[in-house]
Design a protein around this ligand. Structure first.
Ligand SMILES: O=P(O)(O)OC[C@H]1O[C@H](OP(=O)(O)OP(=O)(O)O)[C@H](O)[C@@H]1O
Ligand code: HPA
Length: 179
């Protein structure tokens, strides 16, 4: 379908059907665990936008939605300095925050967002990610509570994730096996 867009050698790592099943399964856990709570569901932009949209359509809990934007990769495939681009004005006091992002790689983005929400008075903060990347390059001292998929150490793109800021809108998760 995307032959004209994909870089040479790109292959599917995770098909859409598997993403959908994993998303539903994580939504069911969240529905059970947040049944009686007031929730602020915060998408981490840009990468989180597609997963957060799909996941939220399966959620049956009392929640407000907003977003925040933090970035540390830009056009690069290796992380750098974290930059806040947008901080939401939503009131978090007494709310249970769910942070939703596309990928947990080294964890610095989610850790910073988590600490900031606690500083703003959230009653609790948990994170949900589509993908958890397994590697030995070191992680921040923070782990997401809900993970839809675990993958090996490839730079991936599609389903929200970019390759040099492009290809976020692909329906599956892709990688370059020879990269
Ligand atoms: O676990 P980490 O090593 O912190 O990496 C994960 C973060 O990196 C990406 O964001 P990026 O900074 O590329 O911004 P983007 O969401 O706009 O692509 C991704 O969307 C996560 O937010
Ligand atoms: O593998 C990745 N792909 C896209 N964005 C990312 N941000 C951290 N890791 C990745």
């Amino acid at each position: 379908m995307y032959q004209k867009l994909l870089p040479k050698g790109a292959e599917v790592l995770v098909e859409q059907q598997k993403i959908d099943q994993a998303t539903l399964s994580v939504a069911e856990q969240i529905n059970r665990e947040y049944a009686d709570k007031k929730v602020a569901f915060l998408t981490i932009m840009n990468g989180g936008m597609i997963f957060a949209s799909e996941l939220s359509l399966h959620l049956n809990i009392d929640m407000e939605m907003d977003y925040l934007q933090l970035s540390r990769y830009g056009k690069s495939t290796t992380g750098g300095q974290l930059v806040w681009k947008y901080q939401p004005e939503i009131h978090m006091h007494n709310k249970h925050v769910i942070l939703c992002d596309d990928i947990y790689d080294q964890g610095h983005t989610l850790k910073a967002a988590h600490d900031w929400c606690l500083l703003k008075g959230a009653a609790s903060v948990k994170s949900v990610v589509l993908v958890y990347k397994k590697h030995d390059r070191g992680y921040a001292d923070y782990e997401p509570e809900y993970t839809a998929l675990k993958i090996d150490d490839h730079y991936i793109f599609g389903y929200g994730m970019d390759l040099e800021e492009r290809l976020r809108h692909l329906r599956a998760i892709y990688y370059l096996p020879d990269a």
